[in-house]
Design a protein around this ligand. Structure first.
Ligand code: ADP
Ligand code: ZN
Length: 444
């Protein structure tokens, strides 16, 4: 089995464009009629549904941002009656920043088909045993790959994340051949196998489908070696359904975007101008088939490059590089979205001045997360145990806000370097982005 849906996945580019145009016209009408906040946006921009006659008219439509979705939480962007929805999922975003995405049964089916395409592109078939070690629940990783695995007909192990002993036991006893999880968890599983004296040849795995967070080519090679597998990238976001918006094929040269369901554009994040193929910019998605939560021109904030060069695998869908960074200040730490503004909010609420620095690093394939916070003179005169107590209280407050606990270090007044211009709030030492601009041209 080479493709999950061969006819679609190998469609001629002009056919794809035609299909996208037809679907876009229909989708714009659906959104205009049923999503009030987007109708306001279109009215404000002076664009009517009948102005959109095909993909070439897309730039006339206004952009959508995470802020727009948050403002209308939870129901504002729901485009069908509530009774037609069968599911929600939600971003890992935390207090006040959550986005809830709705699905009809049709939406779930199409999403799972996208994940099925990814599994087949990674060599999967009904002969495979797929171990899904992404989190289940609100997070899209587990449910998406679980559904995709069912659609391909694989024996699916719905492990969810964590409990490494049980992961390894089931992997070995049930002969898991494909592992789906975050790249950092894959690396951790690799180390854990090694610690237990199980060599790469002795585990039954032969492929892995890893995503939901940035990872480098170096990390890919390292995971491939420690697990003895071929590692495939998968990309998506809750707002556009979840993982499977784009997936890698055996060429490992960028991820094919499922263009029958999504139109991808790359824009200049400052001006909003659409950039030509091959330019580095912010990825924008329009979902063509989603009924319940159809987003038009949604700004992902992910920076990447698109390529239409022919891929040796035979798929005709456009390819995107791994995200090379973000056009906002969001950090992804241990898979959780963290905004510096959330940290600032906690500090101000707890009576600190906003003099702080966030330091993120990756040690042994897992993220470290430290926050340095300046004390004022009065606090600085406190006893050691009082300072330790304050640090503990801050960790708890941060955990409540972010969903993950950083290490908090209270430091002397004026010890964090002041900058002349914009404050340097974040020091991210993880080299997570692939800077290789020729990435898409490899092997093609
Ligand atoms: P989740 O709940 O899956 O974390 P979010 O919607 O909160 O979903 O996060 C989506 C973001 O995760 C994307 O915008 C992107 O920045 C990041 N992401 C997802 N897949 C990948 C990947 N394969 N490589 C790098 N970053 C990824
Ligand atoms: Zn390909």
């Amino acid at each position: 089995m080479k493709y999950f849906q061969e006819k679609t996945e190998t469609m001629a580019p002009e056919e794809i464009r035609k299909l996208q145009s037809e679907k876009l016209v229909r989708q714009v009408r659906h959104v205009y009629e049923h999503v009030e906040p987007y109708r306001w946006k279109m009215d404000e921009a002076g664009v009517r549904p009948e102005d959109i006659r095909g993909v070439e008219d897309l730039p006339k439509l206004p952009f959508l941002t995470k802020g727009d979705l948050r403002d209308e939480y939870p129901w504002g962007f729901l485009a069908v009656p509530r009774k037609d929805c069968v599911r929600i999922q939600s971003t890992s975003g935390t207090t006040g920043r959550r986005v809830v995405a709705f699905y009809t049964q049709h939406d779930v089916d199409l999403w799972e088909e996208c994940c099925a395409r990814a599994i087949v592109a990674a060599g999967g078939s009904e002969e495979d045993v797929v171990q899904v070690a992404y989190g289940y629940g609100l997070f899209t990783g587990g449910p998406g790959l679980n559904g995709g695995s069912h659609k391909v007909g694989c024996l699916t192990l719905p492990m969810s994340s964590g409990n490494t002993d049980r992961q390894i036991q089931f992997m070995m006893d049930l002969g898991a051949t494909i592992l789906c999880c975050t790249p950092s968890y894959a690396a951790y599983l690799g180390e854990s196998l090694r610690e237990r004296g199980i060599s790469p040849e002795d585990n039954p795995l032969r492929a892995g489908i890893f995503g939901a967070e940035p990872w480098t080519e170096e990390m890919r090679r390292s995971i491939e070696k420690t697990l003895g597998i071929k590692a495939y990238d998968i990309y998506g976001l809750t707002e556009t359904s979840g993982p499977g918006v784009a997936f890698e094929c055996a060429e490992q040269a960028g991820m094919h975007i499922n263009e029958d369901h999504f139109i991808a554009e790359v824009i200049d994040p400052d001006t909003g101008e659409v950039l030509p193929e091959g330019s580095r910019g912010e990825l924008v998605f329009t979902s063509l088939d989603k009924e319940a939560f159809p987003l038009l021109r949604y700004r992902t904030r992910d920076i990447c490059i698109l390529s239409r060069r022919k891929c040796a695998c035979g798929r005709t869908f456009v390819r995107m590089t791994k995200p090379m960074g973000r056009s906002d200040d969001m950090l992804i730490i241990r898979g959780v979205n963290v905004f510096p503004s959330q940290i600032e909010t906690v500090l101000l609420k707890e009576g600190y001045a906003p003099n702080y620095q966030i330091v993120v690093d990756r040690v042994n394939n897992s993220d470290t997360f430290d926050i340095l916070v300046e004390m004022d003179e009065a606090m600085f005169g406190d006893t050691v145990s009082a300072v330790t107590g304050r640090e503990k209280a801050l960790v708890a407050a941060m955990r409540a806000m972010l969903g993950i606990g950083p290490a908090v270090h209270l430091v002397a007044p004026h010890s964090i370097q002041r900058s002349e211009g914009k404050a340097v709030r974040v020091i991210d030492k993880r080299k997570l982005v692939t800077e290789d601009e020729n990435f898409l041209n490899r092997k093609n």
